[in-house]
Ligand binder design. Structure first.
Ligand code: ATP
Ligand code: MG
Ligand code: MG
Ligand code: MG
Length: 437
């Protein structure tokens, strides 16, 4: 992609109402534009990252056996009346009336819709277990939308819903999502800690929030330090085997959000391992049994032929919030430092003297070679001054910069800069290509 033909409206300074660094950097890097409080347009660079994050979530959901569909953003109020949540949900729900005076709403979540889909088709235990997910925009009329995409009103969520015959198999479904979430966040370069979370009126111990530690996080959390560095199991787990040991390994150590915090239990953690910090909730998994299946009559025939209400769980990931969380975890004074897996482009090629025959030819050659190798390249072919090009490249945070200027090129050389480490090396054009591909 040539920058001269791209749309990258960067800003020298962030608007003063952007309070946290990820919000400031997303605005400055031309990733998002606010259209209304908590409602954003995704500009091309932001959209690229959003799609990468979305794709990682999708791949890990698929790997764990979940099946993707797409539910509508607009839902019928009547479904929520069936579950009993319509009135209870309160002011966060955006309620809409259509021309026939029918009550609709912009979905803040989709338990009712997915349960309605399930009950329309699934009639037998033989079709279980089933996990259906979608990656769809949600709307919650948050009291205080802030911090950019971290707390938007319109935001992109991955929400999965599991259906099982009984609690024991529902727990297995829960464990699959638990492990999948560890992998999802690790692939984005994030250290996410699963923490015991409030299950609300349902009770039980099956709810975890996945938390990224960050000073700007909105939640107060408490955990054993070792959990932060524990890492993820990776893709080679036996998804339909026994995942309980993997889950136990991570739930044996203390970790809880403020609502679930137990001072006495925390005090039992060795003092040098106690971590009390701020955190960002990037995911939340939940087992809620028959809460929706009972009132909505989502029943299947069990092995004995008798109808039973299915046991359900739901599993959310804040896809758009993750962009903010990644930037909070990975930036410096110069701007964003994208982890390779979610970078909007892999390499930025900076032509320091556009119009110079040798520079132009070298850039054309390198861009073609990198693209042929399957890399995504943003080629700065604008007539901006070198200083401006360096600043923009650092700001938008592509993993690698290939800097091509007339002086070095006269000696057959280019400069390669690694954004994360700041390491620079001068090499021949071919060596640079070889290094990147
Ligand atoms: P929060 O505590 O931050 O309000 P929540 O507990 O209400 O979030 P859930 O219902 O658990 O959110 O939704 C699943 C995921 O969706 C959350 O873990 C979070 O990552 C994301 N999410 C929720 N609300 C927002 C929002 N307003 N903006 C962006 N992402 C959100
Ligand atoms: Mg909320
Ligand atoms: Mg929450
Ligand atoms: Mg939550």
């Amino acid at each position: 992609m040539r920058l001269s033909r791209y749309f990258l409206p960067t800003l020298k300074e962030a608007p003063s109402d952007a309070q946290i660094v990820s919000h400031q950097l997303m605005l400055r890097a031309g990733m998002i534009k606010q259209e209304a409080a908590g409602i954003y347009a995704w500009l091309p660079l932001g959209l690229r990252v959003l799609k990468k994050v979305e794709q990682i979530v999708r791949e890990e959901m698929n790997r764990a056996g979940a099946v993707e569909l797409l539910m509508p953003t607009i839902q019928l109020a009547d479904l929520w009346r069936e579950s009993g949540r319509y009135e209870a949900y309160g002011d966060e729900m955006l309620r809409i009336v259509d021309r026939h005076k029918r009550d609709l709403l912009y979905g803040p979540t989709a338990e009712e819709v997915v349960t309605d889909i399930f009950r329309a088709y699934v009639k037998s235990y033989k079709d279980l277990p089933l996990n259906l997910y979608n990656i769809q925009w949600k709307f919650r009329d948050e009291r205080r939308p802030r911090f950019g995409v971290m707390r938007g009103r319109e935001f992109l969520m991955k929400d999965a819903y599991s259906f099982d015959l009984d609690e024991a198999s529902a727990r297995k479904a829960y464990n699959r999502m638990f492990v999948a979430y560890l992998n999802v966040f690790a692939r984005m370069g994030l250290k996410a800690v699963p923490m015991r979370a409030d299950t609300g009126p349902i009770g039980g111990d099956l709810s975890h929030e996945f938390i990224i530690l960050a000073d700007t996080g909105e939640s107060q959390v408490f955990c054993h330090k070792d959990l932060v560095e524990m890492g993820a199991p990776g893709p080679d787990v036996d998804w339909y085997g026994d995942l309980q040991p993997l889950v136990d390994q991570r739930t044996a150590l203390y970790a809880a959000t403020e609502e679930m915090h137990d001072e006495a239990a925390f005090a039992a953690v060795p003092a040098d391992k106690q971590l009390s910090a701020r955190g960002i909730e990037v995911g939340h998994i939940f087992y809620f049994g028959e809460k929706y299946s009972k009132p909505m009559k989502a029943n299947v025939a069990g092995p004995d032929g008798k109808d039973v209400a299915v046991h359900m769980g739901s599993y959310g990931v804040g896809v758009s919030r993750l962009l903010g969380a990644i930037i909070e975890a990975s930036h410096d004074e110069g701007g964003i430092i994208w982890p390779d897996a979610v970078a909007p482009f892999d390499v930025g090629v900076l032509n320091l003297r556009v119009g110079d025959e040798a520079c132009d030819a070298a850039c054309d050659k390198v861009v073609a070679a990198l693209e042929a190798a399957g890399l995504e390249v943003l080629y700065d072919d604008t007539d901006n001054r070198p200083g401006g090009k360096f600043a923009t490249a650092d700001l938008i945070g592509l993993p690698h910069q290939l800097i091509i200027g007339p002086k070095a090129l006269a000696e057959g050389n280019v400069e390669l800069k690694h954004r994360a480490t700041g390491e620079r090396s001068v090499t021949s054009l071919d060596a640079a290509i070889a290094q990147l591909t």
